[in-house]
Design a protein around this ligand. Sequence first.
Ligand SMILES: Cc1cc2nc3c(=O)[nH]c(=O)nc-3n(C[C@H](O)[C@H](O)[C@H](O)COP(=O)(O)OP(=O)(O)OC[C@H]3O[C@@H](n4cnc5c(N)ncnc54)[C@H](O)[C@@H]3O)c2cc1C
Length: 479
Amino acid sequence: MTQSVPSEDLAIDRKSRALTVCDGIRLRPPDERIGDFDDVVIPFSEDCAQMAASRCIHCPDPAGCVVACPCHNDIPSAMWLIEQGEFLKAAELYRETSSLPEVCSRVCPHEQLCQGSCVLAKDEGAPVLTGMLEAYVMDYSREEKGYSIPTPEANGKKVAIIGAGPSGYGCAEQLLQKGYQITIFEAKPAAGGLLTYGIPNFKLPKDIVFQSVKDFEEAGIKFVYNTMIGKDKTIGDLFSEGFDAVFIGVGTQVDAPLKAEGVDLPGVHLATEFLIRTNVNSAYLPKGLEPLTDLGKKVVVIGGGDTASDALRSSLRLGAEEVTCLYRRTLREMPGGAKDREMTSEEGANFQFLTQPIKFIPGDDGRLAGVECLRMELGAPDDSGRRRPIKIDDSNFIVEADTAVLALGYWPDETISKSTPDLETHDWGLITADYKTGATSIPGVYAGGDAATGPDLVVTAMMAGRKAAASINEYIQNK
Ligand SMILES: Cc1cc2nc3c(=O)[nH]c(=O)nc-3n(C[C@H](O)[C@H](O)[C@H](O)COP(=O)(O)OP(=O)(O)OC[C@H]3O[C@@H](n4cnc5c(N)ncnc54)[C@H](O)[C@@H]3O)c2cc1C
């Protein structure tokens, strides 16, 4: 274990630390960033990183940031190490509690987690920038000394992991370090799950994802691509092949549909297909999908979450002139993160609230030309606690559009549950798994991440994989 820094040994002048002024998150200017799909964040310099970390006031244990972080990263100790210029030690500290620190440091909604719980966020309105600092030391460490996952001698036991997304990564990384032989079965032609086939490059550069895959390959993990478990082979087959346990980390792969006339017109896309075709290098496109580059001049994106923001921002980068989000409630009820929405707006997207699409209208060429919508008003709160949108009769109007993207949420794919007798499911086919252990209704079969909880976050999926790894180890050792 990396030595953590006992806060009682530190002479802390909390007031002066809190008042230290340093740069906030610096982004490339909006006009520049919509010209490409590169990262929008300008990384810290070494001096800035040390200065930013020195603002941590080292709250008494347990610090709010540590509690709020789903990995419980020892953030105060990392801040202390960064302040002292001990970047490599800080990076090691993050690796103790996280399997994907390079990724989580970039895509976690820090304003809702660690940074949202920072005392300075409440008192000064400017939290310690823990996410960017984590990214800084992870990049520094990678550049200075590379990284290889520590692997002990093989213990002779084999575990199959289904799905190469964050939950599968978390599980694989932990089991690898206990000597297991790991095979990851993945339906798509490349690894990463939604890190590769969802989150755009301007939020998470793909080379960071592929570097993690390389770490795994070098540590001896076998990836079997283009293999859909439940269709190409079953979980029963995996046990017959000699695997001692199986982890299911298949996410929620089905886009929620919209029942509306004309939804099948050319020019109307589901968010997953749209983001894959606009963001993924053609070498990794799943069979049958072509890159999508010509969206026409006007794009509408239907939905109010982060996926909608990602589709709006991708459309702007592909040169669409008018990009509009259609959302049936108001800004207050939008589920997506404020940070992403702010950047979307800065980059030039418009938002039309209280708007419900009801029909997709073709032009003379048979392609989408417009979307008929109804105006809505808000009624009483529904089960989600948000005010329910209610249609206003005869309020129909048409929004011109060459491309429409449906970003309405995700449902589970039932290929595995339907092909695995006795695997219990709940709520539309999510796999029933114990929150703490990942245990399912079948001995030796574990599950976690979005496939068990429904759509959530990279960090929560990765943690579910790590927890399941501990249970799988216990199960196999006690067998
Ligand atoms: C557009 C978009 C943007 C997002 N942005 C963020 C963000 O900024 N920050 C954040 O924290 N979260 C974000 N999320 C959510 C986050 O990506 C997910 O919560 C996380 O990836 C879930 O990880 P997972 O391992 O459970 O599943 P996934 O990442 O979905 O990975 C599952 C993998 O299993 C494979 N698979 C599925 N079925 C089978 C099968 N039968 N056999 C073999 N393989 C199979 C899939 O191909 C996939 O590779 C975003 C999600 C989307 C859709």
